[in-house]
Design a binder for this molecule. Structure first.
Ligand SMILES: [Zn+2]
Length: 217
């Protein structure tokens, strides 16, 4: 059985209140992740990656950023994780109610530069007074907000926002699977699977790949 199938079983246990992760110093360990797993996941405070997968300290690389986006730095980490530290399975995890559904890159940049209309919209979306900095910057060049029409922050799950999450999981999987320095065939191949985590139930749902990656319509 692939390790990831075992993590999905562990996830069922976690969702029913029985986390398998032991919060204790395990003693001296090797640098290579013992389960040969690399996880890319969102930084959202409601995701406890070790708990949801039943991972112990030393078993996996966990790469986190806003959105679980497969950006240049995530790719950098995955290349190092595989080629130098021997991981061979990758899990990409997005989640319901993700903040990356609630804005666009242009909106956030305009707000940060002090556009009053953008400040107002961002303030309404986040229930927090948004205060632009009235300065421009070339970096970050992208915030990687998810594709599709924006919705209020932390909106409940529905078919449309679930589809938007699935689009972005596929986009991330595609970015990994098609990178020339991440082998997906032959004896050194890495396998990649993508998931949406439901923050209300604690359950992971696999995203079929390939499939639609989004529409501006
Ligand atoms: Zn998120």
């Amino acid at each position: 059985m692939a390790n990831i199938d075992q993590y999905l079983k562990n996830n069922h246990q976690y969702a029913s209140g029985q986390a398998l992760h032991k919060a204790a110093y395990p003693g001296k360990q090797k640098i290579q992740p013992a389960r040969r797993l690399a996880v890319v996941a969102c930084m959202d405070a409601r995701l406890a990656v070790e708990d949801m997968l039943g991972l112990q300290t030393g078993e996996a690389h966990i790469i986190r950023n806003a959105g679980g986006v497969v950006d240049e730095d995530a790719i950098r980490c995955l290349i190092i994780s595989h080629h130098l530290l021997d991981t061979n399975e990758i899990m990409l995890i997005h989640h319901t109610r993700c903040g990356m559904l609630a804005f666009t890159d242009d909106l956030l940049k305009a707000g940060l530069e002090g556009d009053p209309a953008a400040e107002k919209l961002l303030g309404q979306a986040t229930a927090r007074k948004f205060t632009g900095c009235k300065r421009a910057s070339a970096m970050p060049s992208a915030f990687h907000a998810f594709r599709g029409p924006i919705e209020p922050l932390d909106a409940p799950r529905d078919a449309k926002n679930t589809e938007r999450l699935q689009w972005d999981v596929r986009r991330g999987m595609s970015a990994i699977l098609n990178h020339p320095w991440i082998p997906t065939e032959g004896p050194d191949a890495v396998s990649v699977r993508g998931f949406v985590y439901d923050v209300d139930t604690g359950k992971l749902e696999e995203v079929k790949y390939p499939g639609p990656m989004g529409s501006i319509g």
